[in-house]
Design a binder for this molecule. Sequence first.
Ligand code: PBG
Length: 322
Amino acid sequence: MYFPIYRPRRLRADANIRRMVRETSLSVDDFIAPLFVCPGEGVRREISSMPGNYQLSIDELVREAAELESLGVPAIILFGIPESKDELGSGAYDEHGIIQEAIRALKAEVKDLLVITDVCLCEYTSHGHCGVVEEGRVNNDKTLELLAQEAVSHAAAGADMVAPSDMMDGRVGFIRNALDVAGFDQVTLMAYAVKYASAFYGPFREAAESPPQFGDRKSYQMDPANAREALREAALDIEEGADIIMVKPALPYLDIIHSLRSEFDYPLAAYNVSGEFAMIKAAAAKGWIDGEQAMLESLLSMKRAGADLILTYFAKEAARIL
Ligand code: PBG
C-alpha cells in the first residue's frame, strides 16, 4: 500500500504552524488610498458604485486623510474633479486648481501622510480624453507639455510623488526633466507603466466624472492581450527615470505583475481598480460571497504575485482589520 512520507497537511494543522510557514503577508504599509476631491465645502458625496468611497470637498478630504493617517496608511493618491472643464484641461495645471489647493491644505494639516497626485488630463478635459485632441486623435507631444506643467504645479504645491497615468509615449522622461529643471529633483515619480485599456475602470469614471465623450482609450492604453509589450513599457519608464513602476488593473493581470517582478528590481505597485472593488462589494451585498474574506484574499494575491504596494479603495477597511 502506498503511504505518503511527506504529508503537506502537517504544516496546515493549526493556526500557529500556518502562521509560521506563511510565505506572504499583507500590511497596512502596502496601501495607497485613492481619494476624489471636488469643489465646495462640507461635501461628502458617496459614489454609488463604490460604497464607502466619496467625492470630498477639501475640508472633508483633510478629515478623511487624517483618519487614514491615524490608521497607519502611509500614502494617498489624489484625483480631482474641477469646477469646469475645457478642451485643453487647463484646470489640471492651474496653480489654484482643485488638486493644487487640496495638496496645500493637506500639507498644512496632515503632516505624516505621503501625498501622491495622479497626473492626467482626462478629469479636466471637456472631451474626457487623456490629452490634447486634434482631428479626433490624441496628439502625443503636445500633451507632454501640459502633463509636465501639471506635474510641476503639483510639486510646487507640495506633492511628494507624482504618478502619470495618461500613457503618452515619453512622458516619464519629459516630466522627470521638467521637475528637475524646476528644482523638484526630490519629488518621486511612480509611473503607471503598464496600464491596460480595461473595462474595469467603469466606476472610477463615474467617480471622477471622466468618461471619454467619443471613442475609447485604445490608441494610448495597452491591449489586454499583450504581455511582452508590458516588459517594453516598464523598461522604457525605468530608463526615463521612474522610481516606482505600476501595473493596472491588478487582479486580471497578476501574470503581468509576476513577470515584472522577476524582470525588474524596482519597487512595483499594483492598482486594484474601481471595477475590481465594485465586483466584490456587489457580490457581498447580495450575500453571494464573504466580502471581507474576498477583499483580503485578493489583496494578498497581489502581494504574492510580486507587488510591493497596492493602490486600493479597500485601504481604510483593510487597515482597520490589519
Ligand atoms: C486617469 C485614471 C483612470 C484611472 C486612474 N487614473 C481612468 C482611466 O484611465 O480611464 C482608473 C482607476 C480605477 O478604475 O480605479 N487616466
